[in-house]
Design a protein around this ligand. Structure first.
Ligand code: ZN
Length: 510
């Protein structure tokens, strides 16, 4: 589901009959609808009053998706897709409900076998969903990800495909109406204690006869030559079962096991570090679009969790497209004219990845390891990050390369938690003198130019997350890199943000 931001609010499409229709997320043009109306509709269409199955479809997160409002000359239509119950590899059903302008009468249609007559569980499910949104007072269709605040877990595997999950993350619950969802069965195969010692032959000296496995356990003396690999429970000998059953994603790098979690972002303590100074009057369609961007703290955290694979994630791309993200922050803030063109420049119709960009993406994990183990001497932990949306200004967003826990900052007065931004220097470069965004002072120390978009990017990340520092790591090869710590500059960020906000509300949001 990829569409241009402008297309969301107002695109003119020609539908089959040749009638011109507008597509939007503006739910306010759909007439009011109650659960009772839906029950009446079901009864009228089929004489059937059992709508429990349809109700279940509505309540499943993501079951109905790609929902949009289409305004035609004579009716308001809501189009949607829904997953098939059984044949998950086949394309989803397309369905539509419409309300006639003349008399508000409802009709429906679905691509499933039962749906051609205007009645099937899918259509009724969509009607229930619309009734729910209407009753909650929504004026816009929420984004797929942010749409449901209804928690419900037994159908979690339902989706585009069933993802493999680690056994300890699987919760078994009873898929039954009214069952208690606090009670579930969970694997207790592993009991993670943060620190495990490694057993050696000497531990078994007192046992006679010795268990057979003792023959393959290293002696204390041999332990030094054993290579270790990280797992969720600490470093374990290479070849140990835990090293692959409980392996860490390559985006994690844990050197110190006293800190294996990062605080929730944005930090609550930093809520007042910037203001929203721009006020504008929005038109109805802009307001609808703007409303669809707003997130609660809870949803912000969920977005971070679900977008942690970043560019691999479809949601990440969709959510980014509607917002000004840190990588675009400088381009927008430094712009002085021709803002109309900037809108299309920020969202090109076609995304082209140059070989240089591809190389940067491929080398980033390695560069991050060099940062942690060479530049920082193994004194940091690295955590992956998803898209971070600050609920205070949900039209902005950022996806830092890594979140950093710095042991050495603990000793000083700095917050031990910060960020890492990795830039891979283009292929063939041999000196940092030629690198666009770096500048050298009279002691031959390189630092990031404050006028460069990368400086804007880092300040935007710090502003939105509430953290105080970001290590900017420019990587050429394993021996040549520049690592500078950039501190948050509230005045710089506020000035840039005001400019970005003006652009967003006057040009981008339309
Ligand atoms: Zn159907």
């Amino acid at each position: 589901m990829i569409f241009n931001l402008r297309a969301v609010s107002l695109v003119v499409v020609i539908i089959n009959s040749g009638v011109v229709a507008e597509e939007s997320q503006d739910l306010s043009i759909f007439p009011s609808l109650t659960f009772d109306d839906v029950g009446q509709y079901a009864k009228k269409m089929s004489g059937c009053t059992s709508t429990a199955k349809a109700y279940k479809f509505m309540a499943e997160p993501g079951y109905l998706h790609e929902i949009k409002v289409i305004r035609a000359n004579d009716a308001v239509k809501i189009a949607s897709k829904c997953f098939r119950s059984m044949k998950k590899n086949e394309p989803p059903h397309s369905l539509e409900v419409s309300s006639s302008m003349a008399n508000n009468s409802l009709s429906g249609r679905c691509s499933c076998v039962a749906g051609s007559g205007g009645y099937c569980h899918h259509v009724i499910g969509l009607l229930y969903y619309l009734a729910l949104l209407k009753q909650l007072g929504h004026r816009t269709l929420p984004d797929d990800l942010t749409c449901t605040s209804m928690k419900q877990r037994w159908s979690v595997p339902r989706g585009k495909k069933i993802e493999a999950k680690q056994i300890q993350n699987v919760l078994v619950k009873k898929p039954q109406l009214g069952a208690s969802f606090n009670k579930y069965i969970k694997s207790n195969l592993y009991s993670p204690s943060p620190i495990y010692g490694t057993m050696t032959k000497e531990h078994f000296n007192s046992l006679q006869p010795k268990p057979l496995f003792v023959t393959i356990v290293p002696s204390e003396q041999d332990l030094r030559s054993v290579s270790f690999v990280p797992s969720k429970f600490g470093n374990v000998p290479k070849g140990c079962l835990i090293s692959y059953q409980q392996k860490m994603s390559a985006d994690y790098l844990v050197n110190d096991f006293t800190c294996t979690a990062f605080p929730d972002l944005p930090l609550e303590s930093a809520n007042d570090r910037f203001q929203n100074n721009v006020s504008v009057c929005l038109e109805a369609n802009q307001q609808a679009l703007f409303d669809s961007l707003s997130v609660t703290s809870e949803i912000s955290l969920r977005v971070q969790e679900e977008t942690i694979t970043q560019s691999l994630s479809e949601t990440w791309r969709l959510l980014r497209k509607k917002r000004i993200t840190a990588s675009k922050f400088g381009t927008v803030a430094r712009r002085v004219s021709n803002f109309e063109n900037l809108v299309s420049q920020l969202n090109p119709a076609r995304f082209v990845q140059t070989p240089a960009m591809k190389r940067g993406v491929e080398l980033e994990p390695h560069a991050a390891t060099v940062y942690a183990n060479v530049a920082k001497n193994g004194r940091v932990n690295l955590f992956p990050s998803g898209l971070i949306i600050n609920p205070k200004c949900p039209w902005l967003g950022c996806s830092p390369d890594r979140k950093v826990y710095d042991l050495d900052a603990l000793g000083s007065d700095q917050n031990p938690f910060g960020l890492l931004e990795v830039k891979v220097v283009r292929e063939g470069a041999t000196s940092f003198d030629d690198v666009r965004y770096l500048t050298k002072d009279n002691t031959n120390q390189y630092s990031l130019k404050k006028s460069d978009i990368y400086y804007y990017q880092v300040q935007c990340q710090l502003g939105l997350t509430g953290l105080d520092w970001c290590d900017f790591f420019s990587y050429m090869n394993d021996d040549m890199f520049v690592c500078t710590r950039i501190l948050f500059d509230p005045i710089f960020f506020q000035g840039a943000k005001d400019k970005v906000d003006i652009f967003f509300f006057n040009y981008y949001l339309s």
